[in-house]
Design a protein around this ligand. Structure first.
Ligand SMILES: Cc1ncc(COP(=O)(O)O)c(C=O)c1O
Length: 388
């Protein structure tokens, strides 16, 4: 029988839409010996994860824990627990992940009112106000805070106020925003929120931190129908992540070790400092790109710090540049999706990846590739403008 050689991943600089690079101590944490998922030591660590997640989400919600699965599992967790067939919900759609939310809500049997904005632009509070007027009993309003497919950051506070004034719950996707820019769950009165480990938390993909407010939890526990998903039913999960510690499913032990370490690093750096680092490296990148004659495609004033949608200049082969970045420079960046396919590069500066050194590496490589393709680009001037 033929066996394969052990897999050796190439040394990539992950500057795409996620996963981001991971700190060595997070990888080391994953390689520690397993303990049982009901071992008192593991249970103690679970408690610490919950406490640290509350600090990162800036919430006091007791029901705050990592759902087993990637960010999409966190999305399904929020939707399946809150929606009963026939419920009306309002969803902001300005990219791939709002579109996915709609799909999930429809699968749960919801009547969905879609609030649409062009890809690259934000969902405006007035659009939500109009939709709320047209909906008789909205269960919740859901929006994507940081749309990874377009690089736009939709402000939450005003939308949340409108939502609560209409008696609905506020649901927020923070997969790309958490730990990369301000996310204030209690201040913004968000009722249901989920994130992912592989973006600004700089942990491998595999867990989805989530949090439900007491109001959202009440809606989930007082439902008339069973939650459609056994795996994601908060009423069952609460017995495992709560005080009872009743077996529900076998928690991914090593992933939880990794998240514990990643959260420790986030809090050691400090949330505010971490946000500032993301902002500064975004500003350095955009200043450098501007000096190269390149622009950010997402809405002015609402551009993400952690995911830069760089407009591909006229006449440049988007895919060829991405391919050379990977093969010649070991740098991964993302392609545009949907209507933005071929029009943008998605350049991630998330978590560990967000550094001056990486901004410099990317701009030098891009400058060289553009020059080789016959486009005159002054990479030196760009690096000076970026001050890296
Ligand atoms: C904003 C947003 N929501 C949800 C998801 C889904 O997360 P995952 O791919 O980890 O399932 C992603 C992934 O990129 C995302 O960027």
């Amino acid at each position: 029988m033929q066996t394969c050689a052990a897999f050796q991943p190439p040394p990539r600089l992950l500057m795409g839409p996620g996963p981001s690079n991971v700190a060595p101590s997070v990888l080391q944490a994953m390689s520690r010996p397993l303990v049982g998922h009901l071992d008192p030591a593991f249970v103690r660590m679970m408690e610490e994860i919950k406490t640290m997640l509350c600090q990162v989400f800036l919430t006091k919600n007791e029901m705050t824990f990592p759902v087993s699965g990637t960010g999409s599992a966190g999305m399904e967790f929020c939707f399946v627990n809150l929606i009963e067939p026939g419920d009306e919900v309002i969803i902001g759609v300005n990219g791939v992940f709002g579109t996915r939310m709609m799909d999930v809500a429809e699968r749960c049997g919801a009547k969905v009112t879609k609030v649409e904005a062009p890809w690259g632009r934000i969902i405006e509070p007035q659009q939500i106000a109009d939709a709320l007027k047209k909906t008789s009993r909205p269960k919740f309003v859901a929006i994507v805070h940081a749309e990874t497919s377009t690089g736009a950051l939709t402000p939450v506070e005003e939308i949340s106020k409108l939502t609560h004034n209409a008696g609905a719950l506020m649901l927020l996707d923070t997969v790309t925003s958490l730990a990369g820019c301000p996310v204030r769950i209690d201040d913004w009165q968000v009722d249901a929120v989920y994130s992912g480990t592989q973006k600004c938390l700089s942990c491998p993909p595999g867990l989805s931190p989530a949090s439900l407010s007491p109001r959202a939890l009440e809606a989930a526990t007082k439902r008339k129908t069973k939650v459609q998903s056994w795996y994601l039913d908060v009423n069952l999960l609460a017995s495992y992540w709560g005080q009872d510690r009743v077996y529900h499913h076998t928690a991914p032990i090593s992933m939880n070790y990794a998240l514990h370490e990643a959260l420790r690093l986030v809090l050691e750096e400090g949330l505010e400092s971490r946000w500032r680092r993301h902002e500064q490296n975004h500003l350095a990148l955009t200043a450098g790109l501007k000096a190269m004659g390149l622009q950010i495609a997402s809405q002015e004033g609402h551009q993400l710090w952690q995911l830069n949608a760089v407009a591909v200049p006229e006449g440049v082969d988007e895919a060829a540049v991405r391919k050379r970045l990977l093969t010649d420079f070991n740098i991964e960046v993302g392609a545009g999706l949907g209507p933005l396919k071929g029009k943008i590069w998605r350049v991630g500066l998330m978590g560990e990846t967000s550094s001056k050194a990486n901004v410099k590496a990317f701009m030098s490589a891009l400058g060289q590739i553009l020059n080789d393709s016959g486009r005159k680009t002054d990479a030196e001037a760009a690096l000076a403008a970026a001050a890296v």
